[in-house]
Design a protein around this ligand. Structure first.
Ligand SMILES: NC(=O)c1ccc[n+]([C@@H]2O[C@H](COP(=O)([O-])OP(=O)(O)OC[C@H]3O[C@@H](n4cnc5c(N)ncnc54)[C@H](OP(=O)(O)O)[C@@H]3O)[C@@H](O)[C@H]2O)c1
Length: 291
């Protein structure tokens, strides 16, 4: 489990272990530090994980933010926070963990996306949404970051050689009662409790990600899309069925632009994927610097 608040995570894990031991089960979970608001932290995490030289079978990029109603904010790396946490940092993490994912092949990268990508728009000349062409809202920040993720994942899916055995998938969890609504007015948060039939619990919301991570048909489905040169990566809906991503996500040319811009922003060379697949080292502009 990669988390930004390790102390809290260790307490949580201890509680889980205590609960499970009462029913005779052992739980093998570890928490490692990862702050997606810092690309240095992403590199440190990936280096620490890769140094273990163990196979990684599934990477689930679940963490995300939707700072509803909040003003525009930027990370210390200089990127709009939704774009960094929801797209740039998971993209860097996925690429840097490829050595471990290849060791664990057949393996999977699951990106927890959102149906809100349908209303997103990505301008690769203005990934920070500061041009002022439209007034920034957190909705624009969130939906654009989710669309950027679908586009980036689509190119990753296309460029990943079939022999590498790494499937990449986006999923939508549905509308889920989590802390994502913590910034909403209290009255709306209270209303969440009144409409349980329309809103999933956190457990129910995890279904599509777990399905994409474990179902044996998912890699076959990804291979089929690849063989047919479908322009978008696999997208699994909240009900664990494949759905079509937004029309804009089908624009291969702009997905290619998002791919290139993303590599530039996360400090990787344009041939990073090819090199990582060949087992070569790549230099990232972020992370600990050698003297
Ligand atoms: N809930 C929904 O209705 C819904 C709908 C569509 C898509 N999604 C997507 O589902 C995913 C999970 O969201 P959720 O609903 O479970 O929201 P949540 O309750 O707010 O959980 C978000 C998680 O992301 C972590 N996180 C936030 N910023 C981070 C950072 N800088 N570094 C590391 N971790 C960070 C949080 O860690 P802390 O505990 O430290 O804050 C938290 O564990 C997100 O990608 C979201 O966009 C949710």
């Amino acid at each position: 489990m990669a988390v930004r608040r390790t102390k809290l995570a260790h307490e949580l894990i201890q509680n889980w272990k205590n609960d499970k031991s009462e029913i005779g089960l052992t739980l093998n979970v570890e928490a490692m530090e990862l702050d997606l608001l810092s690309l240095d932290s992403v590199v440190r995490f990936a280096e620490a994980w890769n140094a273990r030289m163990v196979p990684l079978n599934v990477l689930i990029n679940n963490a995300g933010i939707f700072a509803i109603g909040e003003p525009q904010r930027f990370s210390k790396d200089g990127y709009e926070e939704h774009m960094q946490v929801n797209h740039l940092a998971p993209a860097l993490l996925s690429l840097l963990l490829l050595p471990s994912l290849l060791r664990g092949s057949p393996s999977r990268i699951i990106n927890v996306n959102s149906i809100m990508h349908f209303v997103g728009f990505v301008d690769t000349h203005d990934m920070n949404m500061t041009s002022g062409r439209s007034k920034y809202t957190s909705l624009e920040g969130y939906s654009s970051s989710k669309l950027a993720q679908v586009k980036f994942t689509s190119i990753l899916h296309k460029r990943m050689p079939a022999e590498a055995g790494v499937s990449v998938v986006c999923v939508s969890p549905g509308i889920v009662h989590t802390n994502v609504a913590r910034d909403l007015p209290k009255v709306i948060v209270a209303a969440y409790h009144l409409i349980p039939y329309f809103i999933f619990s956190a457990l129910e919301g995890s279904r599509s990600a777990l399905f994409a991570a474990t179902d044996p048909q998912v890699p076959e489905y990804c291979s089929l899309l690849k063989a047919e040169e479908w322009p978008v990566c696999a997208y699994i809906s909240y009900d664990c069925r494949p759905i079509n991503a937004s029309e804009e996500a089908h624009n291969l040319r702009s997905s290619q632009d998002v791919w290139e811009k993303t590599l530039e922003l996360i400090g990787l060379p344009s041939d990073a994927l090819d090199k990582l697949i060949e087992g070569e080292a790549v230099q990232c502009q972020y992370g600990p610097k050698e003297d």
